[in-house]
Design a protein around this ligand. Structure first.
Ligand code: FAD
Length: 343
């Protein structure tokens, strides 16, 4: 029995470009399912720099990355996209009737006419500290991404890591948390110099406690609620930090992974596409955004947005071959109300 969901388009990757592809496909009356390996939408913007301002999005002199993602999600909403998060697309299987079967690590199967790969630099996930029993706390009191800053109001937080994310979040959370402790294995940080200076100012003012040179060594708590983080120096001296949350920021591992096996023409970890259509060498598979390459490609969000529009037009002609599509500007076409969008 085939339990696969049927749709027009599967978008692989819910980064900024994948999210805009949902809107563009929606305007072409195409229904999208979207898969992302991360548990949140927004790709690099959400996972790597949510609080950083972006200055080169047309029409927005300055927009925080998280705000851009919120708006892209809102713009896609009238077209009722179905998100399959926290799962990686592992297999693209060619079917007899010029369709594709998309299979994910969570067992989701989607039968689709078109696949749009908006996979950035591949599936990425957090580098998890190798601590016994950490999985019992993950998603509850050990968090790799921050979606709601307010949840840390009056809480004790241990942040582990020495890069931009660790330092930026320590500065930000010190405004609302009861206590912020930063665990790092050496006194020197890898963050932007001005952020590191501010970190040391906050430490001097007693707003942040530095726990250096220590490494994470163990966790204690009950039912997913962390109570103590145990840290150790290389010499074996140990400390117990009482806390409500642990935020390990050890970067993300990025990996083209299964994309290498999909029979696509690759060039230095990117998928070669035809400019103008975003078509790959496999019929029905398109690629856009950071992962797509062609001569003189600019790896910018705005380039990816244009590619999303081009790919949506290509997808329309693949889903409805031979049909003459009457192009209308969005000002003429409008967008459906959420309830009446592509069913
Ligand atoms: C610190 C920083 C600052 C930046 N500043 C700017 C800027 O000012 N202006 C600008 O234009 N750009 C900037 N960029 C670059 C910009 O973020 C990228 O160009 C943009 O994120 C690319 O979007 P995307 O949707 O193509 O890919 P991504 O944002 O990388 O999203 C790809 C998504 O695909 C998912 N994925 C991959 N493979 C799979 C799979 N097999 N199954 C399921 N999911 C998968 C990933 O988990 C990820 O969520 C910056 C980048 C960084 C790191």
């Amino acid at each position: 029995m085939n339990t696969a969901i049927k749709t027009d388009v599967v978008v692989i990757g819910a980064g900024p470009v994948g999210l805009f592809a949902i809107f563009e496909c929606g305007m072409m009356r195409l229904k999208c399912h979207v898969v992302d390996a991360l548990e949140i939408v927004g790709g690099q913007c959400a996972a790597l720099y949510p609080e950083k301002p972006i200055y080169d999005i047309p029409g927005f002199p300055r927009v925080e990355a998280s705000e851009l993602i919120k708006n892209l999600e809102k713009q896609a909403l009238p077209f009722n996209p179905v998100y399959h998060l926290n799962q990686q697309v592992e297999v693209l299987q060619s079917l007899e009737d010029n369709r594709w079967l998309v299979k994910t690590s969570a067992g989701t199967q989607i039968n689709t006419k078109v696949v749009i790969i908006a996979a950035g630099c591949g599936a990425f996930g957090p580098n998890r500290p190798p601590l016994a029993g950490i999985d019992a706390y993950e998603g509850k009191s050990v968090l790799y991404y921050i979606q709601k800053r307010e949840q840390f109001t009056n809480q004790r937080v241990v942040i582990a890591g020495g890069g931009d994310s660790a330092v930026d979040w320590a500065l930000s959370l010190s405004e609302i948390a009861k206590k912020v402790m930063v665990v790092h294995r050496r006194p020197k940080f890898r963050a932007a110099p001005e952020s590191e200076e501010q970190l040391h100012r906050f430490v001097a003012q007693g707003k942040i406690e530095l726990v250096v040179p220590y490494q994470l060594d163990g966790l204690e708590g009950h039912n997913g609620q962390l109570e103590t983080v145990i840290v150790k120096t290389l010499e074996g001296e140990s400390r117990r930090l009482e806390t409500d949350y642990l935020l390990p920021f050890f970067g993300l591992s990025m990996n083209l992974g299964p994309i290498n096996d999909w029979g696509l023409n690759l060039e230095k970890h990117h998928i070669q596409v035809e400019p103008g259509t975003c078509a790959t060498n496999q019929s029905g598979i398109l690629a856009i955004g950071d992962i797509a390459t062609y001569p003189h490609k600019l790896k910018l969000i705005l380039t990816g947005f244009a590619e999303a529009a081009q790919a949506a037009h290509t997808a329309r002609s693949l889903v409805h071959p031979g049909e003459v599509w009457h192009f209308e500007h969005s000002t003429t076409q409008g967008v459906p109300h959420k309830e009446t969008a592509a069913a």
